[in-house]
Design a protein around this ligand. Structure first.
Ligand code: ADP
Ligand code: ZN
Length: 651
């Protein structure tokens, strides 16, 4: 059966919608058994994740709560389940308009009645949606924040609450309400007004990124009443983190994509850039390297953006190169690679953006391409932007502090999983009692320890001392590697005995060592006007005297062929056998046809993980198929025959 399933099989896919069960509050049963039964029947999941159970219980019992779960942690289930067992609807406020439609279609395929109201919905349709909510025909309504707070919608909510039809108001991406968060949206502040119109209804906030300060701010701004704060584990064990010195972003990205392709993984790639111009250039350079890539940013027409989103989510486009400000609209659960072509402006942003990789729980990679000048670029942008907006000095300092913290996190040569977890205030334990995470460049041994670290540190420190602590990192790196620059000559530094003492080290490596010395507090950055200079930090003298030795590591990207080979083997799903792979591809082709037929992204039909499990265990009957994770009753009804047909077709 070459080239996927035959057409006849595809035609047998029912094109009618599955029966959509309607909510009724009469027979509501909110016991734990009823919850598990609903989750298994509708989604085909055999268990809830620990934090999900608690969040769902709060929803069912109408208590205020804040749930902090990393991207991919399963937040949506927390607000989707309660209406099924209480018979009262949830209204979800979400800023991600592009994702609303997919969420609604996905739920409908599971036989779950949901709808969305945002700027793209016609007035008549919106009226109809409200009518269905009043009649109790919908479990869930997704609504954009600016819609949620308009007077008409507020009085509608009040009447829905009075009629006992409203169970909870859920606020997705709740960190947008806090100016200490990384994605502050002033319109989010007004959500607190909803409490006044529906005082008896529980408010439930959800976010993937929240430091304790942001968490407190969310609870205060929303006026949550004695909220239960549920904080999940931040670590994403299925992600492999890598930091490389940036040489050529297109080449390094294309290399990473090819590494994934060789192992037959079908997932997409998102590349984040700092500016629109960067996205255009990088997309162009990737195309010239043979990668199927498109730029994506706010300057493109609505139509072009839709087209890119659509092609990416239905898997006919492999890579999207987006500005971070705009990447939110891009969704696909099987993103296998997220590349940052520039350092992100905060660890929170990094966690959120890398969080778009591997949402299906399968292994995925996050590659950060870094140059120390990235931080300077962010600092300039923040100062300029804040001066234009007239932001106060505190807000500017808070944002500059986030940039410094990001830089510290990158510069350290410790386990990336550990440093990220600890940033979010959680101790890190490698999975299954292993000694290392096994999923970052440091633990995989891709960064090489510098053998003569003490000598290298002392030469760099001496260069800082001998030039009176008046120069920045680039100048110091140039000095010790003996570069021939005008600035070195005019400063008279080419004649110093230190000149060229570290000529065997490459410039990106030297800049990284300087970062590492800053991270270890041997050096400090000092901003004097617009210039950043280096000076001795608290540990500086100890290092010079040889009392303290700092372990330096050469960053990946300046590595050897051997470490490249090692790197290839990490971060990949357990490979399918040749035969399983053939079936997987046939199932994928069928999934794509069904998705196109119904005008939904393929992952909404079944996730990669579900296809992989189907290919491995090849169920022969509907009953056996129902055992597979991700197969619920409605999907079995709608697609069971078609998939069983492919699974049991003679080879
Ligand atoms: P978030 O909104 O937190 O980023 P999602 O709600 O999109 O995460 O869920 C991420 C993925 O995890 C989805 O593919 C979803 O189907 C899956 N998932 C959620 N809960 C469970 C569960 N209890 N068992 C198995 N898979 C789950
Ligand atoms: Zn590690």
């Amino acid at each position: 059966m070459a080239g996927g399933p035959g057409n006849s099989r595809v035609r047998s896919v029912p094109v009618t919608e599955p029966d959509i069960a309607q909510p009724t509050s009469e027979h509501a049963d909110a016991s734990p058994d009823a919850i598990s039964e609903a989750v298994s029947r509708v989604w085909g999941f055999d268990a809830l994740r620990p934090m999900q159970s608690s969040a769902i219980a709060a929803g069912v019992e109408a208590r205020d709560c804040l749930t902090v779960l990393p991207t991919g942690g399963g937040k949506s289930l927390c607000y989707q389940v309660p209406p099924l067992v209480t018979g009262r609807a949830t209204v979800v406020i979400s800023p991600l308009i592009a994702l609303m439609r997919d969420q609604v279609r996905g739920l409908e395929l599971n036989g779950y009645a949901a709808a969305a109201i945002h700027s793209g919905v016609e007035l008549d349709d919106a009226r109809d949606i409200l009518r269905r909510l009043t009649l109790g025909e919908l479990h869930l309504l997704l609504v954009a924040p600016e819609r949620a707070v308009n007077p008409g919608f507020k009085s509608f909510l009040a009447s829905l609450a009075d009629a006992g039809r409203l169970g909870a108001i859920a606020i997705d991406e709740a960190h947008c309400i806090s100016q200490w968060g990384h994605d502050f949206r002033p319109e989010y502040r007004r959500i607190a007004e909803l409490r006044e119109v529906a005082p008896g209804v529980a408010m439930q906030a959800f976010t993937a990124t929240a430091t304790p300060r942001v968490r407190d701010d969310i609870c205060r701004q929303l006026g949550l009443r004695d909220p239960e704060v549920l904080v999940g584990t931040f670590d994403r064990p299925n992600l492999t983190y890598r930091v490389q010195a940036r040489r050529d972003a297109a080449e390094q990205t294309a290399d990473a994509i090819r590494r994934h392709e060789r192992t037959g993984d079908s997932g997409g790639t998102i590349v984040y850039c700092l500016s629109r111009k960067d996205t255009e250039e990088l997309a162009e350079n990737l195309r010239s390297q043979g990668v199927d890539a498109e730029a994506y940013h706010a300057g493109l027409s609505e139509k072009t953006r839709r087209d890119v989103e659509h092609r990416f989510s239905n898997e006919s486009l492999d890579a999207v190169v987006a500005t971070v400000a705009f990447g939110m609209g891009i969704d696909r659960s099987n993103v296998r690679l997220v590349v940052h072509a520039t350092m992100p402006k905060s660890v929170e942003a990094y966690q959120q953006e890398t969080g778009r990789a591997g949402r299906d729980g399968e292994p995925a990679e996050c590659l950060l391409l870094y140059n120390p000048t990235d931080a300077t670029r962010w600092e300039r942008l923040i100062r300029m932007g804040n001066a234009e907006m007239g932001a106060d000095a505190d807000a500017t300092q808070a944002q500059l502090g986030l940039v410094r913290e990001m830089r510290r996190v990158i510069a350290g040569m410790g386990c990336r999983h550990r440093v990220l977890s600890e940033h979010f205030g959680q101790p890190y334990c490698p999975p299954d009692g292993a000694l290392t995470c096994g999923a970052c460049d440091v633990c995989l041994g891709e960064t090489e320890p510098v053998r003569d670290a003490q000598r290298v540190s002392q030469i760099i420190m001496s260069a800082v001392a001998r030039t009176d602590q008046r120069y920045g990192a680039v100048h110091i790196a140039d000095l010790v590697r003996g570069a021939d620059t005008e600035r070195l000559r005019s400063a008279g530094h080419t004649g110093l005995p230190l000149y060229g003492l570290l000529r065997e080290h490459r410039k990106p490596a030297l800049l990284s060592y300087i970062d590492q010395l800053v991270s270890a507090e041997a050096l400090e950055r000092f901003v004097d006007g617009h210039f950043e200079t280096l000076r001795f930090g608290p540990e500086g003298v100890g290092v010079m005297k040889g009392e303290r030795v700092i372990q330096l590591a050469r960053p990946a990207g300046t590595g050897t062929a051997k470490s490249e080979r090692r790197r290839k083997s990490a971060a990949l799903a357990e490979p399918l056998s040749l035969e399983d792979k053939r079936i997987f591809e046939a199932l994928r082709a069928l999934r794509k046809e069904i998705a196109m037929d119904r005008n939904v992204p393929p992952y909404v039909v079944f996730s990669d993980a579900t296809l992989r499990e189907l290919a491995r265990s090849r169920p022969a009957t509907p009953g056996a198929m129902l055992e597979i994770k991700g197969v619920g009753n409605a999907k079995l009804e709608a697609f069971g025959d078609a998939f069983l047909g492919v699974l049991n077709a003679p080879a």
